[in-house]
Design a protein around this ligand. Structure first.
Ligand code: GLN
Length: 193
């Protein structure tokens, strides 16, 4: 059985753990560097990227997680987790993992429409469209050559991407009961994709 860590410093980690459990995956909260040992994958949840970044520094998690990412370890980041995975972020002063070759804009949808839901076409998981919940979400401004953009809004803005074994989602799959994106991540963990 695979064991997935969910970074549990701040944000929506409980929901990710519950969703992984639905998939019969062992999921454990991660707060300390030594807890990273023996994992098969890691999820960085949504929350406040500046707070998560600060706590990752404080708890000595920034360097070891960055090392895992550079070693090709499976990591999925959702919303604030996408911000933390990105190489370039506009709208943040905090250090990020700089693991994925994407440029991300924080709080990209502004104050007027800071939260919305929409049905996204995601070819990697097939039909039906995925009901995506965006909460003060980032979007992808630029993606490097090694990055596969997995989903776009109708205006062409990227909101999901994969590079190697890393997956970044601008929205919150853990707030719905659709397990397909977590299953997609698990297929990467299993080396099936
Ligand atoms: N706006 C938050 C940030 O950039 C992300 C919001 C979220 O994770 N729902 O940190």
């Amino acid at each position: 059985m695979k064991k997935i860590g969910v970074l549990a410093l701040q944000g929506a980690f409980v929901e990710h753990i519950a969703l992984l459990n639905h998939l019969k995956v062992e999921a454990v909260p991660i707060r300390l560097p030594q807890e990273l040992r023996g994992l098969d994958g890691l999820i960085i949840p949504g929350g406040e990227s500046t707070t998560i970044a600060r706590l990752m520094k404080e708890y000595d998690l920034m360097a070891p997680v960055r090392e895992l990412a550079l070693d090709g370890f499976p990591i999925m980041g959702t919303c604030a987790g996408m911000v933390l995975l990105a190489k370039n972020v506009s709208g943040i002063n905090s250090e990020t993992l700089e693991a994925m070759d994407i440029g991300v804009k924080r709080n990209a949808f502004g104050r007027q429409v800071d939260s919305f839901e929409t049905d996204l076409e995601i070819p990697a998981i097939g039909e039906p469209h995925f009901h995506a919940v965006f909460i003060r979400a980032p979007h992808i401004e630029q993606a490097g050559d090694g990055v596969e953009v997995l989903a776009q809004l109708p205006n062409g803005v990227g909101v999901a991407a994969r590079q190697g074994k890393m997956v970044a989602l601008a929205f919150h799959p853990e707030l719905t009961s659709d397990l397909r994106l977590h299953a997609y991540f698990m297929s990467i963990v299993h080396g099936e994709r």
